[in-house]
Design a protein around this ligand. Structure first.
Ligand code: GLN
Length: 197
């Protein structure tokens, strides 16, 4: 039986995530389906949920409207949260318009990389991997504190990635650029009951 990977498609870059996870499944020799979904009733058929980038204030509003907060908080699989998705998955955000899901033990600051660097590429260090990762930061958030349940995974002068059990949160957009290392690491960690990166 393959892995069902659902990309939450309320807003944001959905097709890039679908393509990246399809490529990661085939690179790791795993069976699975990758699809987009918009309704709370689709959540139980997912083994993995992707919360993509976009505008976290808008996504938060749509999650509320579609009554998805409860089912997401009760979800037992792994969540791959990027950029605006990372803003949502933490326990605290510096913007009262965003209701955090409180799934990962991180606090997040929105738009943390300043105006002159609204969008940029930066070399990201992944713990346990010597090769730098090219991170695409688009009005990116930063992780302002981690733990004790979560642990840092990525640095780019500040903490820009963390893991907690099967969940992974990233400030940047690993679905762009074709480097699948973080997707592969996420898939490898699924089911492994570990906190360490
Ligand atoms: N700045 C956006 C937010 O906080 C995130 C940007 C992105 O997802 N690329 O919602």
């Amino acid at each position: 039986m393959g892995i069902n990977i659902g990309v939450c498609a309320l807003q944001g870059d959905v097709s890039e995530h679908i393509m990246a996870f399809k490529a990661a499944l085939s690179a790791s020799g795993q069976e699975g389906e990758v699809f987009s979904f918009r309704r709370a009733m689709d959540i139980p058929r997912c083994d993995v949920i992707v919360l993509p980038g976009g505008e976290s204030t808008t996504i938060s509003r749509l999650l509320r409207k579609n009554e998805m907060y409860g089912p997401l908080r009760a979800f037992k699989g792994g969540i791959f949260a990027t950029c605006a998705g990372m803003v949502l998955i933490g326990r605290e955000v510096d913007d009262p318009r965003v209701e955090p899901l409180g799934i990962m033990d991180i606090t997040v600051g929105r738009n943390a990389f300043g105006r002159q660097r609204d969008s940029c590429e930066m070399a990201v260090t992944i713990i346990g991997d010597e090769r730098p990762f090219c991170g695409y930061f688009i009005r990116a958030p930063v992780i302002t504190s981690v733990g004790p349940e979560a642990v840092p995974l990525c640095y780019a002068d500040r903490v820009v990635g963390a893991v907690q059990g099967p969940h992974m949160a990233l400030s940047f957009h690993p679905e762009l650029g074709g480097d699948l290392r973080l997707h592969l690491l996420f898939l490898k960690r699924l089911g492994a009951d570990t906190t360490a990166p």
